[in-house]
Ligand binder design. Sequence first.
Ligand code: FUC
Length: 795
Amino acid sequence: MKQFIVLVTLCITTGLYAQELKLWYHQPAGATWENALPIGNGRLGAMVYGNVEKETLQLNEHTVWTGSPNRNDNPDALQALPEIRRLVFEGQQKQAQELAAKTIQSKKSHGQMYQPVGKLHLYFAGHESFTNYYRELDIEKAITTTRYQVNGITYTRQCFSSFPDQVIVMRISASQPGSISFTTNMNTIAGTTADHEGVKGMIRYKCMVRIKTEGGRLITTDSMYRVEQADAATVFISIATNFNNYKNISGDENKRVQDYMNKAFKKNFATLLNAHIAAYQQYFNRVQLHLGTTEAARLPTDERLKNFRSVNDPQLVTLYYQYGRYLLISSSQPGGQPANLQGIWNDKVRPPWDSKYTININAQMNYWPAEKTNLAEMHQPFLQMVKELSETGATTARVMYGARGWMAHHNTDIWRITGPVDAIFWGIWSAGGAWCSMHLWEHYLYSGDQQFLNTIYPILKGAALFYVDHLVEHPQYHWLVVNPGTSPENAPAAHGGSSFDAGTTMDNQIVWDIFSTTIRAAEFLNTDAAFTDTLKTMRSRLPPMHIGRHGQLQEWLEDIDDPNDRHRHISHLYGLFPSAQISPYRTPELCNAAKTTLLHRGDISTGWSMGWKINWWARMLDGNHAYKLIRNQLTPVGVNQGGGGTYNNLFDAHPPFQIDGNFGCTSGITEMLMQSADGTVHLLPALPDVWPAGRVGGLRARGGFELVNMEWKEGKLVKAVLKSNLGGNLRIRVPNELQGQKPAAGANTNPFYQTDETPPPIIASEAKINKLQLKPTWVYDIGTRPGETITIISK
Ligand code: FUC
C-alpha cells in the first residue's frame, strides 16, 4: 500500500512537472484566432488551430508589409516652429496644436500595415465526429501537437516553424497504416502587397506548399493536393519575399522560396525536428524558473486562466514567464525584423494600429526581457532598427527641426519612417529615437562588448546632438526644455484638450538619459571631451522632477495632474522603469511620489499598461503589489472592467491582442527576482508572499554577471551562484545576512554600476506622500576575476 502511495505521488508530481511548460486544451481553437497556438522562427509565423475536420494554419512572414521605401517628413514644420513654441510658452496650447496639425503632422504616409500571407487548410473528410481530443504547444520544444481519435484510430499532427531550415513543417501520422486522407486548399499563392496612404505596395511574396507521403497516393492538381490512404504525410510550407532592407526590395522571392523548400524537402521529419529543437533550445534552456507546484496546474490552460485570480497556481506564472521568452525567440531572430505590435502573428488585412511599431512604449516593452532573460541575440533586430532609424531620422531632424543628429516621433514601420503620424495630439512626441537608443546602451551594459560600443557611439551621440540643437530656454524658469513636447497620449485638463506642453517630465527624463549615456559612453571610449562638457552643462540646466500638491510625481512642468486620471500611459514613471533615475535608495522622495502617482492611476488598465506596472512595483520593491498586477493580467479577457487581460492562448489582451503585455510581464517577473539597475545586483528585491520558496537560474545582470542559480526558502535567500564574465566588483544586495562576505564600503567601483545623481526634486507638498516601507537588506562587495564563479550562502 505504502509503495502504491509513493508511486501515485511520484506520478502526480512528475505529471505536474511534465505539464509545466505546455499550453494544452481539450478542445480545438474553433473559429477564434486567439485560441490558436503561435509558432514562429522569427521570420515565418503560423497560428495553428488544431481543428479536426478542417485544420487551419494562418500564415505570416515578417516582411510582408504594404507600401515600399518612403519617407513622411513634413518640411513645413521648420518655419512654423518658432510660432508654435511661442504659443506653448504663452499658455495657448490649443492654438499651438492647431497650427502644428497643419504644419508638423505628416501629410504623407501615417505608417504602413503588416499583412497576413494567407491560410492553409487541410480537409479531413469523415473526421467530423472525434473523441479523446488533445491539443498542446510545448514551449520547451517549440512544437504543437494535436491528437484525437476517429473510429478507433489515433491521429496525430505535429507542427513547428524550423529555425535552421526556414520552413514550416506539419507531420500527420496515425496509429494504423493507410488511414491518412486529406485535401488542401492550395499549393502555391503569390502576390504583391497593397498600396496604402499614397505609397505603392511593392512587396512581392510567394508561399509554396509541398507534401511528402509515406505509403498511399499523392495527387497534385493546379491548385491543391489530395493525399489518399497514406501511412503518414509531411506538409512543408515555404514563404519568401523580395525584401532586402528598408531601402532595397530587389530580392528574388521565387528563387528564395524554392531554395528554402528544396533544401528542407530532402530531409526527413526526424532530422528536421531534431535540428529545430536543438536550435531553439540553445536559447530557451538558458533560464529555468520554479516558483512551486500546486494541484491547480493539473487543469488545461484555459481553465487555469479562469481560476488564477482565486487559486494559487505558481506554475501558471512560470508558464506565462517562459512563454514570454518563447514568443521572443519565435518572433525576433538575428538578421530579421523586430517583433511588431503582434510579434509576427497577424491575420488581419487591416490590423489594429497597422501592427507596426509604436515607439512611445510598446516596441521598447517587447525588448525589456531580452537582455535580463538571457536572450541578447533576440535583441539584435531591434538594435538594428535603431541604427536604421538613426539614418532615416537624421533627415527628419534636419528638415523638420533644423537640428543636427537624428530623431524619431512616436511610430515607425518596416520602412523606418520617422515623421509624425496619427493626429498631432499623439504624433508630436519627439523622443522615440532617444528612448530607442537606450536599448543600445543597455546591450552594452549587459555584455561589456567594447567593439559594439564603438559601433553604437555615433548613434548615441546623434540622439544627444538632436537635443543640443532642439532644447530651448523656458522664458519663465530658464530651464532647457523640449517645446513642443508632450507626455505620450495624455493631456492635462488645464490645456483645453491639447496634449502640447514644454518640459514634460518624460521628455526631461529621456533627455537626461541620452545625455548621461552619451557622456558615459564617451568616457568609456576616451573621446569627445569637449562635446561631453557641453552635454554636462546642458544637463545641469534640465528641469528637476517635481512633486506636486497631491504628493504625486508631476507629469507636467506645472502642478496640474488630476489625481482621478486613470490614463494607461504613465510616461513620467519612465524615470523609475525602464530608467533608474528614481530609486527607493537614492531618491526616496521621488520614489514615494511615484508610488502616489501609481496609486492614483489604479491597477486595472490595458494589457501593456499592467505589464509596465509590474515592473514599477518591482522597482519600488513591493512584490505583493507586483503580484496583484500579475493576477490582473492573468485574467481572462473581458473580465477586468475597462481593462485588458489574457486570451486562452495566453496572448496578452490590450484588448485586442498586443504582444507587448506578454513581454512586459516577463520582464516584470524578472525584476521581482533580480535587479541590476540601481548600483547593485539586487537578489530577491520584490518577492511576493505567494512565492516563499523557489529557484531560478540563467538571469543576466549588468556588467557581465550571470545568476547561474539561486535558491530561496521562507522568503529568504539560501544560496546563489553567480558567474562574472568581465570581472570587477560585484556589489550585491540581499534580503538576509550572508556568510563570510565583506560589507560594501564607498562607491561601487564597477564602471557598469555607476548611477548618475538625480537632482533633488522640487516639492510642493509633503503632506500626501505615500511612504515606501522598505525591508532591511545587506550589501556586500565581492571582487571578481573574469570567468570566475562566486557562491554566496546565507548565514
Ligand atoms: C499606444 C497606446 C495604445 C496602443 C497603441 C498600439 O498608442 O496608447 O494603447 O497600445 O499604442
